[in-house]
Design a protein around this ligand. Sequence first.
Ligand code: DP6
Length: 315
Amino acid sequence: DIRAAEAYAPSNIALSKYWGKRDAARNLPLNSSVSISLANWGSHTRVEGSGTGHDEVHHNGTLLDPGDAFARRALAFADLFRGGRHLPLRITTQNSIPTAAGLASSASGFAALTRALAGAFGLDLDDTDLSRIARIGSGSAARSIWHGFVRWNRGEAEDGHDSHGVPLDLRWPGFRIAIVAVDKGPKPFSSRDGMNHTVETSPLFPPWPAQAEADCRVIEDAIAARDMAALGPRVEANALAMHATMMAARPPLCYLTGGSWQVLERLWQARADGLAAFATMDAGPNVKLIFEESSAADVLYLFPDASLIAPFEGR
Ligand code: DP6
């Protein structure tokens, strides 16, 4: 029997990116990644038996059409828990991420859905189990099981049992993120399609996995040392290298728009003048900045409509 269960999961931003799969069905990555979860931005999800006898997915107060891409992906994921049994579900998700921030919600969405489904089906799973399952829904969701800094180990096993998130026992109270929204529109190409196309066609992709693995180690050490001068340049280089792999894909793929490059140019100019803030970009045009609290006023002066986020430190 299905009981009603609710769960929350935070959104996260990768400091060293996940880009490329070695197994699409199990959703196993070619490289490890490191992220920071966002304090108050995430997904709240409720799962219960559907009274109507058929599946329903509600997102931010709207009942989704059965053909909706998100509804289909969420229900296909729920099938992992249903295992062929006829158990109609009602899934209700609420996002606390301002749409203006243009942040992807698949990471927090699948992490919260995993927790809620585990509760609804009465499964006694630990966070590592939940991370492995969330990974199957969306890779970046493997990291959204925890607050704070998280590493997703690529793992070596064919069945994926060692490919899951690991919470890093690292705190950095002054660490800040700001999101500079460039464009709120939906992305024309999902990160899933983008990474598959890049792996298949980009001559610049082959060196990426080893470089990303090395970046993860440097980034983790820099977080441990709370060393922004070591962290920032590596985070920015990692993101730009990921975007370089896509721009070299055939046909090319570029999520960054003129607005993104304008933000980067302003940032680089300010950096030449001494500002210690660094950029990272995902499968969309918005630019996320990382810096320390002491630079927050300068960052907001430079980008007045940026959204400032203090990562959750209460672990
Ligand atoms: C650029 O986790 O959305 O944000 O596993 O196919 O669902 P799927 O991909 P997804 O990819 C995220 C890519 C990224 C980098 C990152 O978050 O590490």
